[in-house]
Design a protein around this ligand. Sequence first.
Ligand SMILES: *[C@@H]1O[C@H](CO)[C@@H](O)[C@H](O)[C@H]1NC(C)=O
Ligand SMILES: *[C@@H]1O[C@H](CO)[C@@H](O)[C@H](O)[C@H]1NC(C)=O
Ligand SMILES: *[C@@H]1O[C@H](CO)[C@@H](O)[C@H](O)[C@H]1NC(C)=O
Length: 493
Amino acid sequence: MQLVLAFLPLALADLPVHCLRHQLTGRWNFFLGPASPQRSSCGHQQPDDPWRQPLVELAGAAPERREVELQEPNVAVSGSSKGSWTMIYDEAFEVKLGGLSFLAFSKFELLQAEGVSKNVSRCGQTQLGWYRDEKGENWGCFYARKLGEDAAVATPNRARSGADDGSQAAREPLDATYHSAFAATLNLIQDFWQAKAYDRFVNLTLRELNAMAGIFRPARPRQAEVGRAGSAPVSFLQSRRTRSRALPESWDWRNVSGVSFLDPVIDQGSCGSCYMVATTHMLAARYRIKHRSPDFPGFSFSFPLFCSEYNQGCDGGYAFLAARWASDVGLVPKDCGDTASDATGGSCALHCDLQKLQRSWKAANHHYVGGYYGASSEEQMLRELVEDGPLVVSFEPQSDLMYYSGGVYSSSPHGRSDWEPVDHAVLLVGYGLERGRKYWLLQNSWGTDWGEEGFIRMARGVDESGVESIAEAADVLEEPRPSATLLQLAASL
Ligand SMILES: *[C@@H]1O[C@H](CO)[C@@H](O)[C@H](O)[C@H]1NC(C)=O
Ligand SMILES: *[C@@H]1O[C@H](CO)[C@@H](O)[C@H](O)[C@H]1NC(C)=O
Ligand SMILES: *[C@@H]1O[C@H](CO)[C@@H](O)[C@H](O)[C@H]1NC(C)=O
């Protein structure tokens, strides 16, 4: 029996684009369309559809040009104003400069050459993106082009994993015997965590397991990539903290003096919504913590899942973008939006009258821990977790993860560059120490019969499966009435 299995009923890697920070640093022209008090989807679908990207002409007839320089690791400069920027994983960037906040996907397209079609990334260009001012009073569309570089240079896209090579083997169902043997082997070769075979994965083919969320697992590029900035600058996060205060030895937002601040574990089914479930659960937990109201019912994840132009719905997305959309547009209560958690065919809808709500909420201060993508550390994650509440973390599960049923999970260690593959987002809710092994406590969205009642403890401090590479967070603002952008969206449904 061959104990090799690639597996992926998850979804982060969604857009067919792969750009790294060092490919984006340099001088750019930003072309801004007119600003308006009305927020625009800038021609994107809800949710975004990779193959129906709007034309840059939509930015406007005579866009205003601004020169912007993106410097390592996170400084943006335009004329005399200085701001910041971050990659959003390998697919987009956000730039905050001169009172405006810009967001755009890197450009990608399907090329036809000699009868063969392939996806290529053009990292020196963007798709049509969005900008807004700090107060959210003016909104517009923009696109960007890097200077001094042949715009036609295409970098090869990240390729599909070798695990499903299209062979016959990938099409044969993996039965209960296969899974039991796999789990038994895992229990033989290590004793840090316990493995078991789950019925839900029986009789699916390797291809089906890979395709459950309709995505491809990105291959790990191992070409020389620029290393991460040696010592991260002190971020805006650290500066407002009392860095000397000692952290508790362990933490668990499920039980702080007997009180839980979390939403229950849900099952995302075959919809690749992990990033949205984790983001709305993070925001709800942080609201409960800040307002000391553990009974707060929480926010709808279906509403942003199917309405946000910054993510691809059940095909995947990123917590950073989910939080930015919740900051640009707003959040609605759980019962205003939620349909069955695995409703893959859902559409953008609201099931309540916003005008009747006594309160309204939106996200604020969405950020990567450390200040930008690639700068997070265990210490900063611990501090933000204890002081502000849960964070969204992502990791690249190894095939053995689907057998996890308890203990402190670890797989083989790997190196770190200015980009790390991650496929799956979960909610970081605590940490601790067991038999001398430090762990993170994570809430998964594969139902309560998986792992430790829906949770997993994963090795901490060693960037296990990339779990310390992309920690994201945001806070919640409460307001007396829904924002104009939310009312405008509701009116359009
Ligand atoms: C290009 O990417 C899309 C979306 O990831 C995928 O469906 C399609 O098969 C890819 N095409 C090729 C030729 O790789
Ligand atoms: C898997 O397929 C076999 C043979 O078709 C069947 O007997 C078994 O009940 C199936 N198991 C599950 C969990 O679906
Ligand atoms: C919650 O934590 C307290 C200690 O702070 C412990 O006594 C109690 O058993 C815990 N409750 C649960 C449900 O784990």
